[in-house]
Design a protein around this ligand. Structure first.
Ligand code: AMP
Ligand code: MG
Length: 487
């Protein structure tokens, strides 16, 4: 087996996982493979595409060195604490030491029931599997920290949701699967020794520079806060709605994880939700920083027993640490918006300038991605491409004038400015209607649209004029588009 396993999670206290093997499937067949990611894991393209690897990634063969486990975790789902969730449809094969020296979790998602399935079938349908593959790899190409997708395979079996659907297994690769919910799980069981072991494990694995903090739990909170603040700033700058920011879907590593009901905005609307179950708008686009902080507060609570014996003082200490979130988020977000506006130097009022544009976009329901991409033409003096996206021409003209004034006192070339904007504002995002189209075709056995979309999304900052149709927004009928949790 070319994969080099070293399974550190299995050496943690046993309450953190259950040993369980994937359930074999009838007739594995390839849907998609990711040779670039394979190479990072030390696999040649030939090894990745081998029949042996197909059997492994379908769950029909356990590779040498793997120690399959399902991870235990708890979580706050839409604000309500569930003390025991865990991997109900996934199995961690183990950790692979990559060609670059990095340690990565290799997990099969949709691999059959586990002790945490709670009545679920442990399986996944083709649609959600292809969706996660497309979206996670698109996020990676956009430069957003994320779990990745090594492969998708058909199982040859049906899964039963509202209808019978083709079953599939996704191979998810992550820098780890530690979540806020992992800490909540151990804290709820009042196992302080396990909690302390978990903290030092997380620090060593993700934040080795923080291992010497006087109180390790505080070091972990600070590092996770930093990672989450910068992550969510990237989501907002790109118009991404995660959709189910429960604490079990909030990774300690700061990677985007769990691509169930996520979606990119088309028409800009800060209150936009996509998930059919998010009726109160808890996970709406503009609410995401607040929710990230809420999740970090749950992490702080879980870690509190390790911080000190005096409850009052501990609470104050942690509260103080959490106050760092907003300024950290604001700085990261302002930096990204500055790049999108083509501003090189940091000035007070920049964020306000961005917000004024966003407010016109919101009232005109202008396409989020296209506005920023077309602003590049305005740097070059042509306002007609951006103008087409707005009804309020006067408000737009007024904003463009203010923006030009701000550009004026920064000496640089048009080319330099445009290049900066081109690398901050993609031409292509995974538009919902295109993702749905690709999934529908794949369900009929035609992988063409999926492969095309995937190839284009691998280079999102390049214009690729021959694929202009994939950059175009959907019609207004998509303003009510809903997503469903990817089970
Ligand atoms: P998610 O909404 O994807 O974060 O999943 C929440 C919880 O439901 C996790 O514990 C999952 O493992 C579990 N779950 C989701 N779908 C299934 C399924 N088909 N079978 C068993 N467990 C599932
Ligand atoms: Mg989840």
């Amino acid at each position: 087996m070319p994969l080099r396993f070293d399974n550190s999670y299995s050496r943690l206290p046993s309450r953190l996982f259950s040993s369980v093997e994937p359930t074999p499937v009838d007739a594995p067949a390839w849907l998609a493979v990711n040779p670039t990611l394979g190479a990072l894991l030390g696999l040649s393209e030939e090894e990745l595409r081998s029949s042996e690897m197909l059997a492994v990634l379908a769950g029909n063969m356990i590779p040498r060195g793997a120690e399959p486990i399902a991870l235990a975790y708890a979580g706050h789902q839409f604000g309500n604490f569930v003390p025991r969730l865990g991997d109900g449809r996934a199995v961690l094969l183990g950790e692979v030491l990559g060609a670059d020296g990095a340690r990565r979790d290799v997990q099969l998602k949709g691999s059959g029931p586990t002790p945490y399935s709670r009545g679920g079938d442990g399986r996944a349908a083709l649609g959600p599997v292809l969706r996660e593959l497309l979206l996670s790899e698109a996020m990676h190409a956009l430069g957003v920290p994320t779990t990745r997708s090594l492969a998708a395979v058909l199982t040859g079996e049906r899964v039963y949701r509202e209808t019978a659907l083709p079953g599939a297994v996704l191979t998810r690769v992550a820098s780890s699967h530690l979540r806020v919910g992992t800490f909540e799980y151990v804290a709820a069981q009042r196992d302080e020794a396990a909690l302390a072991a978990l903290v030092s494990y997380a620090l060593e694995r993700h934040y080795p520079d923080h291992t010497d903090s006087e109180v390790p739990a505080i070091g972990l909170l600070e590092a996770t806060l930093e990672a989450q603040a910068t992550l969510v700033a990237k989501w907002l700058a790109l118009g991404f709605v995660h959709g189910v920011m429960n604490t079990d879907n909030c990774a300690i590593s700061g990677e985007t994880i769990d691509y169930g009901p996520c979606a990119f905005l088309d028409a800009y609307d800060p209150a936009r939700t996509f998930s059919s179950i998010d009726r109160g708008g808890r996970y709406a686009f503009a609410n995401q920083p607040r929710i990230a902080l809420w999740n970090l507060a749950r992490l702080a609570e879980a870690l509190a027993p390790l911080v000190g014996p005096r409850a009052q003082k501990t609470a104050e200490l942690l509260e103080e640490r959490l106050e760092a979130f907003q300024p950290r988020f604001d700085a990261a977000y302002a930096g990204l918006m500055r790049d999108k506006l083509g501003l090189l130097e940091q000035r007070e009022g920049d964020l306000d300038l961005a917000r004024r544009l966003l407010s016109i976009m919101a009232s005109d329901r202008a396409d989020y991605t296209l506005v920023f991409r077309r602003l590049i033409h305005s740097v070059e003096g042509d306002d007609s491409p951006i103008g087409e996206l707005f009804a309020s021409q006067d408000r737009l003209a007024e904003w463009l004038a203010a923006w030009r004034l701000r550009l004026q006192d920064e000496p640089t070339t048009t080319a330099e400015r445009a290049a900066r904007m081109r690398s901050a504002s993609p031409a292509f995002i995974a538009r919902n209607h295109r993702v749905e189209e690709a999934i529908a075709a794949a369900t009929r056995g035609d992988l063409g649209p999926f492969e095309r979309l995937r190839t284009v999304l691998a280079r999102p900052y390049e214009d690729q004029p021959e694929h202009a149709d994939l950059a175009a927004p959907p019609g207004e009928e998509q303003w009510k588009y809903k997503t469903f949790c990817g089970t």
